[in-house]
Design a protein around this ligand. Structure first.
Ligand code: PMP
Length: 406
């Protein structure tokens, strides 16, 4: 891809110049968190240097400026995900918060014996809140199985859906394997019985520009820190009619219309779900991160990352004993692997000594590891600022680690 100037892009990420254990950093833990470009850092410095103030209630200039920038970020996010209305975007502290907000409120709609469906590929944050909800309500959790390619078995999902199904939750992209799930089909099928669908977009959002209206998703959740933004902020998209029906998650300031000791009435959307002082700077920086990524272009990002994925897959497969988990027909740039007879943790530790950052373990997706009957994998996850040379170092590093450990 000659149009993609990765060297120019890398200049926006100061951290990529640093050394780790005496080697230039090769950062392949992007699925855990992405690195931060200068324009996002500038937005953070600008906020604290020039207009740090609490939002919404202040009559003074700084408060109004901060409010305008924060609400401006909400609109940027609305446009990015093509939500119909800005108040369908709820600021959260991240994906986990968004899922808990919905799962908690959904208790209102469930009774004993109702069914909720989860996919076998979920992150723990999209399993545990629903299990807690089942305990509270007596609803039953059903699981869409996966196959050896790391793909969900759609025909089994079709069999699970019935009039007792009230909510389906599935990630758009699996963090453990990179599989892109057929969420359009899943949403359509779930809607045919009136069930709501929550899509965990945490791993998709850095690579795929989701259109929540075209998908017809009821809820879509993401974290800013996986898409060049800061930690501690994310959004929940919810269709207006669902957000109006869901009860508030937390009580406090900002989320009320009137309060007295007899009765409190709640504010309208989005404030009903935004109790307390939010991560103002984080929300603004999230907007800056979206501007940055959109300027590069999601199609260009996806195309370049796909080339990185194909190159790395081919090279890694040349290593004897290499087992890659999850070779879905459609996947993002994630490679989860093991080498026969070696523990992933040992490989990861040796790679770190060579300045190469990967993740090892179960990746908060123990059911996926159980499916493959393994304790964990080494996971290399790529971003648009990675290079083919870095992948060569990864491949050489794995070979070296293998030699040292065998
Ligand atoms: N879902 C998926 C698919 C993820 O990859 C992650 C982050 N690893 C989460 C949810 C949780 O995101 P956060 O920790 O930012 O709340």
């Amino acid at each position: 891809n000659i149009t993609f100037d990765v060297e120019k892009i890398r200049k926006d990420f100061p951290i990529l110049k640093r050394k780790v254990n005496g080697y230039p950093l090769a950062y392949f833990d992007n699925a855990a968190t992405s690195q931060t470009p200068i324009p996002v850092m500038d937005a953070i410095v600008d906020y604290y240097s020039n207009y740090n103030a609490n939002i919404h209630r202040g009559v003074h200039a700084l408060s109004q400026e901060a409010t305008d920038k924060y609400e401006g970020a909400r609109i940027k996010i609305q446009k990015h995900f093509n939500a119909e209305k800005a108040h369908e975007i709820i600021f959260t502290s991240g994906t986990t918060h968004g899922i808990n907000l919905v799962a908690n409120g959904f208790g209102k709609f469930l009774k004993k014996g109702d069914e909720i469906i989860v996919s076998a590929l979920e992150h723990h944050s999209n399993i545990v809140p629903w299990q807690m909800l089942c305990e509270r309500t007596g609803a039953v959790l059903k699981v869409i199985p996966m196959d050896l390619n790391g793909e969900l078995v759609y025909s089994e999902f079709e069999k699970l859906v019935n009039e007792k199904t009230k909510v389906v939750f599935c990630n758009h992209v699996s963090n453990a394997l990179g599989t892109v799930n057929p969420i359009e089909k899943i949403i359509k099928k779930a809607h045919s019985v009136g069930a709501a669908v929550l899509i965990d977009g945490a791993q998709a959002a850095p690579h795929i520009k989701a259109d929540v209206q075209a998908l017809d998703a009821d809820f879509y959740v993401v974290s800013a820190h996986k898409m060049c933004g800061p930690t501690g902020v994310g959004i929940l998209y919810g269709k207006e009619q669902w957000l109006q029906k869901l009860p508030p998650y937390q009580g406090g300031g900002e989320m009320i219309a009137t309060v007295n000791f007899e009765k409190t009435t709640y504010a309208g959307l989005p404030h009903k779900f935004e109790a307390g002082t939010p991560n103002i700077c984080g929300g603004i920086a999230f907007g800056a991160a979206l501007d940055y990524m959109n300027q590069i272009g999601f199609d260009q990002i996806a195309e370049f990352e796909h080339e990185l994925l194909l190159y790395a897959t081919k090279k890694l497969k040349e290593i004897e004993g290499m087992k890659i988990y999850g070779e879905a027909a459609e996947k993002t740039a994630v490679i989860s692997f093991n080498i026969e007879g070696l523990h992933p943790y040992d490989i990861g530790t040796l790679l770190d000594k060579m300045g190469i950052a990967v993740r090892t373990g179960h990746h908060c997706a123990q059911p996926v590891m159980d499916f493959f009957k393994i304790p964990g994998t080494v996971r290399a996850s790529f971003a648009f600022y990675n290079t083919f040379e870095e992948i060569d170092r990864l491949v050489e590093g794995v070979k070296k680690a293998k030699m040292m450990l065998q």
